[in-house]
Ligand binder design. Structure first.
Ligand code: SF4
Length: 405
């Protein structure tokens, strides 16, 4: 698969290409008028929005300050409900754990709910490389998987793709359907995607989802979707694997529900997503459905290092995407033109004034497939480093290399 992030061009070239892309510019205009306005309306209609947000910030700060306690409590509750918790210090460990579970069950097909952590660790491509078909089931994720791309937005991953492009992708990918069929209407595209994905849902051996929140009080994982694909992914296969980073843990179900009041409103102005689904362990006796096994892969991947830095507050993020929606740079060039600037800042924090340590930190933080990017060193951030030799750096295919214009 080739993708927008896997074949990086210099930042300036990507910006120029994005500005000249009329399809993308049309999508971004709609984005600006729709999501920003809808969020403002939703906030206006919930007078206690700011109070809930203040509570959420305090709750996340409290949880992060006592994260060891909450990880232990969460792990115990998952075990009590018959599930398994696996700790993954980095992306490679998470991929290996998930592949091991899939192989133990002889999995040939895996369905995936939308998960930014699985994008972070390059999970889909990794499973495919190891002979396991990995099918994205969120419609936007499914479309970009067919196109061999990465998401351009954390909430609306295929925002950059038009209806006509999707029709072309379906004509190319769904080979058993008549080539002369009419795919000019969104409704027909949707019906075809639904039919193709239903077949995958019922034949999948393993279902992998992310988690919007992990609840220490009950050992549950909670996901929100608008398509119901999360429910089908986590209830139909024999095995359900949740892959999520540890900062998704919140103390109580009530805390999770407060965040659910903020998340869709902030994302796209919805009061609630269509589905809010909570999973607690495997199927119990008498349950009509559910997996035989329930696993949680809890990812660190540099986050525990962030806890001791000024970047700790980034771990409060609930992935609503509102900052992208309001960002003037995103509104101009979309999500494929730029990426992980934060990684460099974190590497500087870890490495201080030691050039080799910064280099090592960049390699550690970015040591997963599909990572790429160009990082700007701002003089204000350089911590005494010799910035002339570090001004522009590139991480390509998981390796740090100097960037040359
Ligand atoms: S950082 Fe962005 S995505 Fe995260 S909670 Fe804030 S607005 Fe939402």
């Amino acid at each position: 698969m080739t993708g927008a992030i896997r074949s990086r061009e210099p930042f300036n070239a990507r910006v120029r290409a994005a500005l000249a892309n009329t399809v993308l510019q049309g999508a971004l205009r709609k984005f600006k008028t729709n999501f920003v306005v809808l969020r403002a309306n939703a906030v206006r209609d919930l007078p206690e929005f700011d109070a809930i947000r203040s509570h959420a910030r305090a709750m996340k700060d409290h949880t992060l300050a006592h994260i060891d306690l909450y990880i232990d409590a969460y792990e115990q509750k998952v075990r009590d409900s018959g599930g398994h918790v696996h700790f993954a210090p980095d992306a490679a460990a998470a991929r290996a754990l998930i592949l091991g579970i899939c192989r133990r069950h002889g999995a040939r097909t895996v369905t995936k709910g939308k998960s930014m952590v699985s994008e972070e660790i390059g999970l889909g491509a990794w499973l495919e490389q190891h002979g396991i078909e990995s099918v994205e089931t969120d419609l936007g994720e499914y479309i970009i998987q067919l196109r061999g791309e990465t998401p351009s937005h954390i909430v609306a991953p295929a925002i950059h793709v038009t209806k006509d492009q999707i029709a072309d992708d379906f004509l190319r990918a769904h080979e058993t359907y008549p080539p002369s069929r009419d795919l000019s209407e969104p409704r027909t595209l949707l019906a075809e995607a639904r039919e193709v994905l239903r077949e995958k849902f019922v034949t999948a051996d393993v279902g992998i989802t992310g988690a919007n929140f992990l609840i220490a009080e009950t050992g549950s994982s909670l996901i929100v979707t608008n398509e119901g694909n999360g429910d089908l992914t986590q209830t139909l296969p024999r095995v359900h694997i949740v892959v999520a980073s540890f900062e998704k843990i919140v103390p109580t179900l009530n805390d999770a529900m407060q965040l659910v009041r903020l998340l869709p409103r902030s994302a796209n102005g919805q009061e609630m997503t269509v589905y809010t689904s909570i999973s607690t362990g495997p199927r119990r006796e008498g349950d009509p459905d559910g997996p035989d096994e329930y696993h949680v892969v809890l990812l660190d991947n540099g986050r525990s290092g962030m806890l001791a830095t000024d970047f700790r507050e980034a771990l409060r993020c609930i992935r609503c995407g509102a900052c992208m929606n309001h960002c003037p740079v995103y509104q101009a060039v979309g999500g494929h033109a730029y990426d992980a600037v934060v990684i460099l800042a974190e590497a500087i924090k870890r490495g201080g004034a030691d050039r080799e340590k910064v280099r090592d930190a960049i390699e550690t933080i970015t040591n997963f497939p599909g990572t790429g990017g160009i990082f700007n060193f701002s003089p204000a951030d350089h911590n005494g480093l010799d910035i002339d030799s570090f001004e522009m750096l590139t991480v390509k295919d998981g390796k740090f290399v100097p960037y040359k214009k």
